[in-house]
Write a protein that binds this ligand. Structure first.
Ligand code: ACM
Ligand code: ZN
Length: 747
């Protein structure tokens, strides 16, 4: 089809004699093999379609691949053809199936649907990117289809608001990795983000708040900078069309009955008390919700959903349903009357009534309802699908009762969690979900029988934006974790290979950089670990990486990097920085500063081990030379649900001026300060003499319980008294409080 200069031809045949490797694709195709020969990419490209119906798709692809053309001076008689054809299958092929062949004279993509052609074209783009440098591609054959039909990403546009332009860039990322569902979280306590013509105050009032919470959750600090924004219906249509052209379904989420403060602020009559209500500045769960006893509330919500369904062709409409406190309903005469007239035995059944009534409406318009797993409580609406976020139980219960489920458990799918050592990460919601952990995710719970497994539609990664203020930060949290999830959801389970994925990711990172996507390189972080050394008072410092790269260290910024060879011992204040050398961007530097006091790395005993959830480094954590930070709750603090007695051996009788222990005050996370801390000392380890107590009732965050003028001691005993149950009026009231302790300091 084309003529090449003889020299170019020779070079091409030489390159096939060398080791030819398959280009690196994410997600990995189901079937992917190398064929003989090479395709020269130097001639002009022409995208041909089997039917003019697919011309808009062809034009989209032509636009995308134009910049990927290698610079070349080959003589061409005819262009290189990229043929895209929709074939009628003679067998039942999976939806989104495609086949792609790179041959010596062109590329062919075949599919049975336009969606399949589009997925194949994503592979084409990644192939051409990798052929750009050599100007060739090896001949190859791909036959490919997704493992799951729901491959989703979510974006919270309420806690922080994202422009249409950025939302499209986010959709581009989904498309690149063959994801097909965009869950757009549009209403919340902190902002209503979708224009509803019939109820203009939803955005006139509900889209704006008077300030935002700043910093760690527990501090409950707010600024007073007005914040808001919303999408006009025209903008919504634009985003939906943009996604549709990329064969991505947009699932709108309109939250009810909870997370509704912005709507209540706009129309106070929708609440149980009639208000006044405010668009919330802070994060969390709020007691005022839509009144379930008032028929006009349903009328308004049905009107809203009618406009929403006109904008979104999605078969599934997400109505939230999560985190709905029942306090307002308990105190509302209308809600109580509803419970009586409908024969509902408690407020959970009232929530179920609410959701079922909305489901009937959604079904009457030919759509299906999906909600967070709380919609199971009090009885699941007959046709509803469940999005399982509080673990996998919701998905399991749904599948067992013949309802569809999308898995989105916090453990693997919440991309607002930390993805590296929190010491080196921007403030995040909590949790610890590395890219490797996402990659290890298996969406089908092992509890399900084979006939129940078909109800698991797939999974979704969630990006909640309480702590995410910029588009760059959204990208940082989503990438590369969404790539790992995309491969989990697309690639056959038996082909999943973490080491190979991480290798392909290094190639992909350079493309992401070119696309100006602010990927996180936390995966390459070096982890600086400290453990008890061989003798008291000595800490062993080890530096690890899960990415396999060579580790280099230095004591301070600006000093030369030296190879890390093996763990080392320290017995005094020390600072270390470390990073790995396999990061293509020479990325994140981890740093640790160790501060020694008389208790550091000394023998320590505790009367009761910490709760297994918060026992990362064991008792040594309390004397490891590192004072825990608020944001590192799951890694640096030890957690108990009861009191504890701690004994430290200083090694010899010494003059002790002060002793202190840190405790965390974060009542929104159920973490409370101890009631009191008692100190006693001993010179022989047998007879302990009380020397004093400490009580503090200070602000949020870390509080030190300390005692001065302790006197002569070799052994120090610290008895920490737990407060018992969480007091009334505070989050988690009636449950045992968490007690979080960290560094002991003796001077
Ligand atoms: C949720 O994270 N509240 C669904
Ligand atoms: Zn009510």
């Amino acid at each position: 089809m084309r003529s090449l200069l003889p020299l170019a031809f020779l070079l091409a045949s030489c390159s096939t004699a060398q080791e030819v490797r398959l280009p690196d694709l994410i997600p990995l195709p189901a079937q992917y093999q190398l064929d003989k020969g090479t395709l020269d990419l130097g001639c002009p490209w022409k995208v041909e379609v089997s039917n003019e119906r697919y011309r808009p798709l062809a034009e989209l692809i032509e636009q995308e691949i134009a910049p990927l053309h290698p610079s070349s001076d080959v003589n061409c008689l005819v262009p290189m053809t990229i043929a895209m054809q929709v074939i009628t299958p003679d067998t039942l092929l999976p939806p989104e199936w495609y086949a792609l062949g790179v041959m010596t004279d062109g590329i062919v993509i075949s599919a049975t649907t336009e969606a399949g052609l589009f997925r194949g074209s994503r592979t084409l783009v990644q192939l051409l990117e990798q052929g750009r440098e050599t100007g060739t591609l090896p001949c190859l054959s791909i036959t490919d289809w997704p493992r799951f039909p729901w491959r989703g990403m979510h974006l919270d546009a309420c806690r922080h608001f994202w422009s249409v332009e950025f939302t499209k860039k986010y959709i581009d990322l989904l498309a690149r990795y063959k994801m097909n569902s965009f869950h757009w979280h549009l209403t919340e306590d902190q902002g209503w983000r979708i224009e509803i013509k019939k109820y203009p105050k939803l955005t006139e009032v509900g889209a704006w708040r008077k300030g935002s919470q700043v910093g760690p959750y527990a501090r409950l600090e707010h600024d007073t900078i007005p914040y808001g924004g919303f999408y006009t219906q025209e903008q919504i249509r634009e985003v939906v069309a943009y996604a549709q052209a990329r064969h991505i379904n947009v699932v709108p989420e309109i939250e009810m009955p909870g997370h509704a403060m912005a709507a209540l602020a706009a129309y106070p009559r929708l609440g149980c008390t009639g208000g006044p209500y405010e668009v919330q500045r802070g994060w969390g769960v709020f007691e005022d919700v839509f009144c379930a006893g008032n028929d006009s509330v349903f009328t308004v919500l049905e009107d809203v959903l009618t406009e929403v369904m006109a904008l979104f062709p999605s078969e599934m409409i997400h109505i939230g349903g999560d985190e709905c406190p029942k306090e307002a309903w308990k105190a509302c005469a209308k809600c109580q009357a509803r419970m009586k007239s409908e024969g509902l035995k408690d407020e959970h059944e009232l929530q179920s009534y609410f959701i079922q009534r909305i489901e009937q409406f959604v079904n009457s318009k030919g759509r299906k309802l999906i909600g967070w797993d709380e919609i199971l409580e009090g009885g699941l609406a007959p046709n509803a699908a469940v999005m399982s976020w509080r673990g996998t139980e919701g998905g399991i219960a749904a599948a067992r009762s013949g309802h569809y489920a999308v898995m989105s458990p916090g453990s693997h799918c919440y991309f607002d969690h930390y993805q590296g050592d929190p010491a080196n990460e921007p403030l995040a919601f909590g949790g610890y979900t590395t890219v490797q952990k996402v990659y290890s995710y298996e969406p089908i719970p092992s509890e399900l029988k084979p006939e129940e497994q078909k109800y698991i539609l797939g999974a979704q990664g969630n990006v909640w934006t309480e702590y995410i203020l910029t588009p760059e930060h959204v990208e940082y949290m989503a990438v590369p974790r969404m790539l790992a999830l995309a491969e989990v959801l697309w690639t056959p389970k038996e082909k999943r290979d973490e080491a190979d994925f991480l290798r392909r990711l290094t190639v992909e990172f350079s493309m992401l950089q070119e696309m100006k996507v602010n990927s996180s390189h936390s995966l390459y972080q070096a982890t600086i670990l400290s453990t008890q050394g061989p003798t008291p008072g000595v800490i062993k410092v080890s530096i690890l990486t899960s990415s396999g790269g060579k580790i280099v260290t230095r004591p301070w910024e600006g000093s030369p990097w030296l190879a890390y060879v093996h763990p080392f011992l320290i017995d005094g204040d020390y600072r270390v920085e470390a990073r790995t050398e396999n990061d293509p961007a020479l990325g994140p530097v981890s740093a640790r500063s160790f501060h020694f006091n008389k208790a550091t790395a000394r023998p320590i005993t505790i009367s009761i081990p910490p709760n297994e959830r918060y026992n990362e480094g064991g008792a040594f954590t309390l004397v490891d030379g590192i004072t825990a930070q608020e944001k590192r709750v799951s890694t640096e603090w030890l957690g108990w649900k009861e009191g504890v007695t701690i004994t430290v051996d200083l090694g010899s009788v010494q003059d002790v001026r002060t002793v202190s222990i840190g405790a965390l005050n974060e009542t929104h996370s159920w973490i409370h300060l101890p009631e009191r801390v008692d100190f006693s000392t001993s010179t022989d380890g047998k007879t302990f003499v009380p020397v004093g107590s400490s009580e503090v009732n200070a602000g949020p965050g870390r509080n030190a319980f300390s005692l001065g003028k302790v006197g002569k001691a070799r052994y120090l005993r610290i008895t920490v008294k737990h407060i018992g149950k969480i007091p009334e009026g505070l989050p988690g009231a009636g449950n045992p409080a968490w007690l979080f302790l960290d560094e002991i300091e003796v001077r």
